[in-house]
Design a protein around this ligand. Structure first.
Ligand code: SAH
Length: 346
């Protein structure tokens, strides 16, 4: 037995939880509101909370913590405003987040797990396996730490960093609740996009609970056999069932779904793939995001050339499937899709 006390993480609490916690400490509920506002407004220490009585601050200091990430490195792209952050967590694990500037505002790509256990063949995030799930506080702190460091407000979030969000459902949805709170970052759920490799039970649940969040599905193949080769998750949740759930999602939410399709040279970029993909997606309210595979040093797979990808895109469009080739930000600092990893200093 250790006598180390586990401190309550106030950053991990919703506003209601924080109010209830204050009550437990014999405090009025409005203190919970005040502290919530401080935490989400970039306070990193109890001493920053000037409208909270000194005595309570001391009490909190003893019993609680406010999770903060240590910045290990920041790499800035020379070609666009992208910045990749390597953060160290309390237990020594490291994660990455990417800050991107767009015309419509600032966006952050957050990680939801340290590592990943999905095993996709083209992705760097899975190479060391899964270390652990991130807490809601740790995901939120990715956003807050980047806001503190850049001094800029973030208006859009994509859950597309390392990890599979639906393999960490409870913490990820709690994070969404936190950033959506009007007394917190007050982000519209419509400014948030979650990307999944297709863990179907949680995808269904998410459609019911968070219909406003944009859903992106990592498809990457035009038939089930090929998908199983590239993405082991397809053996558990096969493509025909995935497509069924996607159709239900579109019907249920009335919203367009995005399919991500990483183009791997000679593997999924052939005429036959184009034909199968067209059949698969015909008549569905969807958009295909084509991403020429970014290099991952441990893998011998290669990305499709950009020009070829653009032709693939045009052909899809001609066949009535909406598609774009994703503009890649931050590839000069290995901050592009599938390049985030546990230890970027490797
Ligand atoms: N686990 C989630 C979130 C990761 S999102 C998911 O699978 O969707 C990262 C996106 O980048 C996914 O669509 C992923 O398939 C894609 N990706 C992974 N490796 C890539 C690579 N090397 N090049 C381009 N895209 C990649």
């Amino acid at each position: 037995m250790t006598d180390q006390v586990i401190k309550a993480d106030l950053k991990n609490m919703t506003r209601d939880e924080l109010k209830a916690y204050m009550k437990e400490l014999g405090q009025p509920a409005f203190r919970g509101e005040q502290i919530f506002t401080w935490i989400h407004g970039n306070a990193t220490e109890f001493d920053h909370m000037t409208n909270v009585p000194q005595k309570l601050r001391e009490q909190l200091q003893e019993r609680c913590k406010i999770t903060c990430h240590e910045i290990v490195t920041v790499q800035s792209s020379k070609t666009d405003g992208t910045k990749k952050y390597l953060f160290r967590l309390e237990d020594g694990n490291t994660i990455e987040s990417v800050f991107m500037k767009y015309k419509f505002g600032n966006s952050i790509c957050v990680s939801t797990q340290a590592g990943c256990r999905m095993g996709c063949k083209f992705c760097a995030s899975t190479i060391g396996g899964l270390c652990r799930n991130l807490t809601a506080a740790e995901i939120l702190e990715e956003v807050l730490a980047v806001q503190r460091d850049t001094g800029e407000r973030i208006s859009h979030i994509v859950l597309m960093g390392s990890g599979e969000p639906f393999d960490n459902y409870d913490n990820v949805t709690k994070f969404l609740q936190l950033v959506h709170d009007p007394k917190g970052l007050n982000l519209s759920l419509r400014n948030i996009t979650l990307s999944t490799c297709g863990i179907l039970p949680n995808m269904k649940r998410f459609g019911d609970e968070f219909p406003q969040v944009n859903l992106a599905v990592s498809l990457h193949a035009s038939n089930s056999e090929l998908r199983s080769q590239l993405m082991p998750v397809n053996r558990r949740y096969p493509m025909d069932e995935l497509m069924e759930v996607c159709r239900e999602h579109v019907n249920k939410t009335g919203r367009r779904i995005t399919f991500e399709y990483t183009l791997v040279k000679g593997v999924n970029d052939k005429e036959e793939n184009l034909n199968q993909l067209t059949k698969l997606l015909a008549g569905m309210n969807c958009h295909v995001n084509l991403i020429p595979m970014n290099p991952v040093s441990e893998r011998d797979l290669k990305g499709t050339d950009r020009k070829f990808a653009e032709e693939f895109c045009k052909k899809l469009e001609k066949r009535g499937i909406q598609a774009t080739v994703r503009r890649e930000l931050g590839s000069d600092i290995d901050a592009a899709c599938g390049q985030l990893r546990l230890n970027s200093q490797k």
